[in-house]
Write a protein that binds this ligand. Structure first.
Ligand SMILES: *[C@@H]1O[C@H](CO)[C@@H](O)[C@H](O)[C@H]1NC(C)=O
Ligand SMILES: *[C@@H]1O[C@H](CO)[C@@H](O)[C@H](O)[C@H]1NC(C)=O
Length: 205
């Protein structure tokens, strides 16, 4: 048996650990059938990481998961600015599982692992460092998937400033469990690979 003192010190240590991990900047959402998510501390400014996150035309140069992400009007015509705008669409070509990093604009996609989706840009919140897009054209009862991403400032216990990148996609609806079974692991690998590669990209800029 542990003495109360030992238990108290365990509790204090776990409290200290909990406090030194960055608080989330993602909004709370209902849990779905499964979730893919990743987060990482990046040694760069929030502005720089936000720039990497929202510079979709450059994704091919570094992102092993999302190989192309094109902003379009609601009629699927690419916009000239390519900046995320609420209510615009995104056409996304992803690799599930992701390519082996590092990648560049000439890396070959694996056609068997290519997934193309159309999304609606649901939230663009530069002041909060948040952006979200949601699977378009599928009734929520069948398959609903909204991907939130956030970049926030974090100061660790040594006083060092970091950018904290987080991304999370919750899948719900009747088909979500099947998608999770077929692609959940590959999607999770994609989220991890994108977070790692975003760190390399932002720290190298
Ligand atoms: C962060 O990057 C700077 C250079 O930009 C470097 O001097 C510093 O040591 C890095 N900090 C950590 C914790 O890696
Ligand atoms: C797309 O997102 C915008 C912004 O949240 C919303 O107003 C609009 O209704 C959405 N469009 C569709 C078709 O879901």
């Amino acid at each position: 048996m542990f003495s109360p003192l030992v238990l108290l010190s365990f509790w204090l240590i776990s409290l200290a650990r909990a406090q030194s991990s960055p608080p989330t900047n993602l909004p709370p959402v209902d849990p779905g059938a499964f979730t893919a998510e990743a987060s990482i501390l990046i040694n760069a400014t929030v502005e720089k990481v936000w720039g990497v996150l929202t510079d979709f035309p450059s994704y091919a140069e570094w992102n092993p998961f999302v190989r192309s992400q094109v902003v379009t009007s609601e009629f699927l015509v690419p916009t000239s600015s390519q900046e995320p705008v609420e209510g615009h669409r995104l056409i996304i070509w992803s690799q599930i599982p992701p390519l082996t990093p590092p990648v560049n604009a000439n890396s070959f996609a694996n056609p068997l692992n290519t997934r193309i989706t159309i999304e609606n840009i649901t939230h663009v919140q530069p002041d909060l460092g948040r952006v979200a897009w949601k699977l378009f054209g599928s009734p929520d009862a069948i398959l609903s998937a909204e991907r939130w991403s956030a970049v926030s400032a974090f100061q660790d216990e040594d006083g060092i400033e970091w950018a904290f990148y987080e991304s999370r996609e919750v899948f719900s609806g009747g088909l979500a469990a099947l998608v999770g079974t077929l692609q959940g692991e590959g999607l999770q690998q994609g989220f991890d690979a994108q977070a790692q590669a975003m760190k390399v990209r932002a720290e190298g800029l």
